[in-house]
Ligand binder design. Structure first.
Ligand code: NAG
Ligand code: NAG
Ligand code: NAG
Length: 341
């Protein structure tokens, strides 16, 4: 018996003590991190309350889901990566078979109360239920989110426009002396990274992503915020083919009707039909453009000018028809008078 025990002791590698713990549960036991332990959840995880919690944020644009001009809405699909330090978490990986991180449910730990100022709709997609805690106290959270945000768009150059939409990330209640935000990438690096991972841009071509800190103060209190500004350029081809070119064609058609021989108002009917066709295109345009544009979009001016030209041409046709009718009414009486004399 004693000999067998000795052999086991000698065979254990490096003579490490046999009570070496190798499961994640052992780490949780060591930290006393349980669902019911409120110490980890209730307060900001710093041992000295004057120390602010520094949150490192990485926001990556995966896809531009929609840009709705009418309601001035920008809908990106984002991936958010956040890390901060929980000073209550610490263990030595050497004591736990080299376990350097554990995955725990989100509800077990304190989470920063970050939100996006421009967001107009709550994100209803399911959240990632876990966070990762590292042995040195770093906690990492990753999330996908579909953000419905408001964005002021300038439609002056539509459809050759470039739009900039901002997302401001900040804490709801923690002021600048309690929570500070850092971006892990600078603007150049984050632009490059976004261009690499962006998989769907649709109508919009992603140009640039700028990130910067801005202090937001209200009622004597100050919050640290991180502002992400997305710059996108519209691909105008669809609108050119759908709106600008057809409107031009209708104008040409209208001008070409000058060569149509007039048989009792047929020309007038043709012109009015073309005018109606243009009104349909204008209705489509009206669906796209917001009614609260501070600058009149150039395309509206373009349409009004073309519409005005066609209106003039219809009026001209009416006048010519009228004058022809007048002279025709006069002429037969002349003829009759001639034939009687
Ligand atoms: C672990 O936390 C519980 C409260 O959830 C507490 O009652 C208990 O004393 C703690 N144990 C240790 C060893 O700190
Ligand atoms: C903690 O460890 C992780 C992973 O090893 C590392 O990425 C992080 O920078 C460390 N944090 C600190 C504050 O040293
Ligand atoms: C925000 O305010 C804090 C504290 O007042 C200051 O340290 C920091 O430099 C300010 N940041 C900016 C971007 O103004």
């Amino acid at each position: 018996m004693i000999r067998a025990a000795l052999v086991v002791l000698l065979l254990s590698p490096g003579g490490v003590s046999p009570k070496l713990s190798c499961s994640h549960q052992d780490v949780l036991d060591h930290l006393n991190l349980t669902m019911s332990n409120e110490v980890f959840r209730l307060t900001r995880p710093v041992l000295d309350h004057t120390r602010p919690t520094e949150i490192e944020l990485k926001l990556v644009l995966f896809s531009i889901l929609a840009m709705i001009e009418k309601t001035q809405t920008f809908v990106p699909f984002l991936w958010a990566h956040m890390t901060w330090t929980n000073e209550r978490i610490h263990w030595d990986p050497a004591q736990f078979c080299g376990i350097s991180h554990i995955t725990v449910p989100r509800e077990m730990l304190w989470m920063p109360d970050l939100f996006i100022y421009e967001m107009t709709e709550k994100d209803s997609s399911p959240r990632n239920p876990f966070v990762v805690a590292y042995h040195n106290g770093t906690v990492m959270s990753e999330e996908d989110m579909r953000v419905v945000s408001s964005c002021r768009m300038c439609m002056h150059k539509f459809p050759f426009d470039t739009q900039s939409c901002s997302l401001t990330v900040g804490s709801a209640i923690h002021t600048v002396d309690e929570m500070i935000l850092r971006s892990s990438f600078d603007s150049t690096r984050i632009t490059e990274f976004t261009k690499e991972v962006l998989w769907s841009q649709g109508e919009w071509e992603f140009k640039h992503l700028a990130v910067g800190n801005r202090n937001f103060s209200y009622g004597g209190r100050e919050w640290d915020t991180l502002v992400y500004t997305f710059t996108m350029k519209r691909r105008p081809l669809l609108h050119v083919l759908n709106l600008l070119v057809p409107i031009m064609f209708f104008l040409i058609l209208d001008l070409a009707s000058f060569f149509v021989a007039d048989h009792r108002g047929e020309k007038l009917g043709f012109k009015v039909t073309v005018l109606l066709a243009i009104s349909v295109l204008l209705l489509i345009l009206n669906d796209i453009l917001p009614s609260t544009s501070n600058h009149t979009p150039l395309i509206a001016t373009y349409c009004i000018v073309i519409f005005g030209l066609m209106l003039l041409s219809v009026l001209e046709t009416i006048l010519v028809t009228f004058l022809l009718d007048m002279s025709q009414k006069k002429r037969p009486t002349h003829k009759r008078r001639n034939s009687t004399t």
